[in-house]
Design a protein around this ligand. Structure first.
Ligand SMILES: [Zn+2]
Length: 135
């Protein structure tokens, strides 16, 4: 897993970086860095169908915190970038200020806690402690 801010920095060299385009915007760059498929276009009987939603869904699946506040995190980031008023660096700074601190992308996760516990105590003791706390 990679944080959105880190992925965007890494992916910024994979696109020409342009707003209003899910393949090349801020989130698009991040999606490229982690290898999400780009927008697919199918042509059936001369009719072009562009599946942008699949790309957005994949982004939301990887960074579920973008759904916070009824999806406003996602729209905030895209509209800030699309406005052209912020530099890429400012966008990275903004995202770092709102994203979960852990690379697992889950807010209030227990990665640190379990790493600490598993590092300190045998796994069986941790399981026992968890079982006791569930009672
Ligand atoms: Zn975590």
């Amino acid at each position: 897993m990679m944080k959105l801010s880190d992925a965007a920095v890494l992916g910024s060299c994979t696109t020409e970086m342009a707003g209003h385009d899910w393949d090349n915007c801020f989130l698009g760059a991040a999606a490229n860095a982690i290898g999400l498929p780009r927008i697919s276009t199918t042509i059936i009987d001369g009719i072009h169908t562009v599946d942008v939603q699949a790309r957005i869904d994949a982004i939301l699946e990887y960074w579920p915190w973008l759904n916070e506040h009824e999806g406003r995190r996602l729209t905030d980031i895209t509209s800030m970038y699309d406005s052209g008023r912020y530099t890429f660096e400012e966008m990275v700074e903004y995202v770092r200020s709102v994203e979960p601190p852990c690379a697992c992308a889950v807010r209030d996760c227990c990665c640190d806690r379990s790493a600490y516990l598993f590092g300190q105590f045998p796994e069986s003791d941790v399981e026992q402690a968890n079982a006791m706390s569930r009672r």
